[in-house]
Design a protein around this ligand. Sequence first.
Ligand SMILES: NC(=O)C1=CN([C@@H]2O[C@H](COP(=O)(O)OP(=O)(O)OC[C@H]3O[C@@H](n4cnc5c(N)ncnc54)[C@H](O)[C@@H]3O)[C@@H](O)[C@H]2O)[C@@H](O)CC1
Ligand SMILES: Nc1ncnc2c1ncn2[C@@H]1O[C@H](COP(=O)(O)OP(=O)(O)OP(=O)(O)O)[C@@H](O)[C@H]1O
Ligand SMILES: [Mg+2]
Length: 298
Amino acid sequence: MENTFQLVKNIIPPLTTKKHKGQDGRIGIVGGCQEYTGAPYFAAISALKVGADLSHVFCTREAAPVIKSYSPELIVHPVLDSPNAVHEVEKWLPRLHALVVGPGLGREDALLENVKGILEASKARAIPVVIDADGLWLIAQQPTLIQGYQKAVLTPNHVEFIRLSEAVLRDPVDSSDRRGAVLRLSQALGNVTVVQKGEQDVISDGEQVLECNLQGSNRRCGGQGDLLSGFLGVLVQWALHAGPEKTNGFSPLLVAAFGACSLTRQCNHQAFQKHGRSTTTSDMIAEIRPAFNRLFET
Ligand SMILES: NC(=O)C1=CN([C@@H]2O[C@H](COP(=O)(O)OP(=O)(O)OC[C@H]3O[C@@H](n4cnc5c(N)ncnc54)[C@H](O)[C@@H]3O)[C@@H](O)[C@H]2O)[C@@H](O)CC1
Ligand SMILES: Nc1ncnc2c1ncn2[C@@H]1O[C@H](COP(=O)(O)OP(=O)(O)OP(=O)(O)O)[C@@H](O)[C@H]1O
Ligand SMILES: [Mg+2]
């Protein structure tokens, strides 16, 4: 794992006096509906706290004032349930480096139809996409949406991985061979990068398999995966910008995924040391800076 940490360090952009706002990351989160406002907030704030300059949330009209009220730092667009949602998001795409699709999206057909259009518009512009949570529900219904798109990273949890694998491979998952199962899913999707979260995080681009088993904790409060997806949106852009010479032949997306998993687990570890069983995702957000320093800036 040590060598992989060095590769993550290699992709982190230096803070210099020569940059203008936006150069270290402009990230969009697609999600947030009546039921779920926490998930897109967690993803968007973690993108900012890891080092992105601007974080946008594209959510439903009802969810927007709630998400805005959590933080003045987020730019919130109440467009996802509007009749011209795809156009409303598409006009922002030229200004975004990466999209995170799915945290708190919900599973309403009309919203999923809009997200389908947003994914197609993102692919047409070669914008990297991280797909999580209900975004993975959509992919399980229509895997062709992402098939062969090599700038996509999927971040399924235990339940989402089984659903996705069974939909794509039409076979029960062999849970005794997690590495093989992740490799096979990635290959079947045309080398889309897959991050299976769990006791160890298993990451594959269909060629190589990486494992992240950095110590976290046994506390499994909701929202930890949302932090991971927000981190990943930023790291994907940093890794692609740094280029393959900085990642020593590894796929940039694999290195980005390893970095995001490590940081999530380290935040969880540090928060648990302080808060034990009471640890919540907000406690993990407070640990982003010290965890990042500890892993990547020593
Ligand atoms: N504060 C928030 O707003 C949060 C919202 N979240 C959002 O909630 C939405 C749903 O995601 P979830 O990961 O909660 O998915 P689900 O609502 O499908 O599952 C929630 C949990 O219920 C259990 N479960 C699921 N299916 C089950 C079954 N058939 N039998 C028994 N138990 C079952 C599992 O423990 C699973 O982790 C997503 O949009 C997600 O982003 C989560 O990210 C957590 C935090
Ligand atoms: N058993 C475990 N031991 C250690 N870490 C774990 C374990 N399960 C999950 N994690 C870590 O927790 C983080 C989130 O994974 P999890 O499976 O909880 O995502 P999720 O269900 O999508 O979360 P969310 O509630 O945000 O939707 C990942 O970094 C993962 O490595
Ligand atoms: Mg999740």
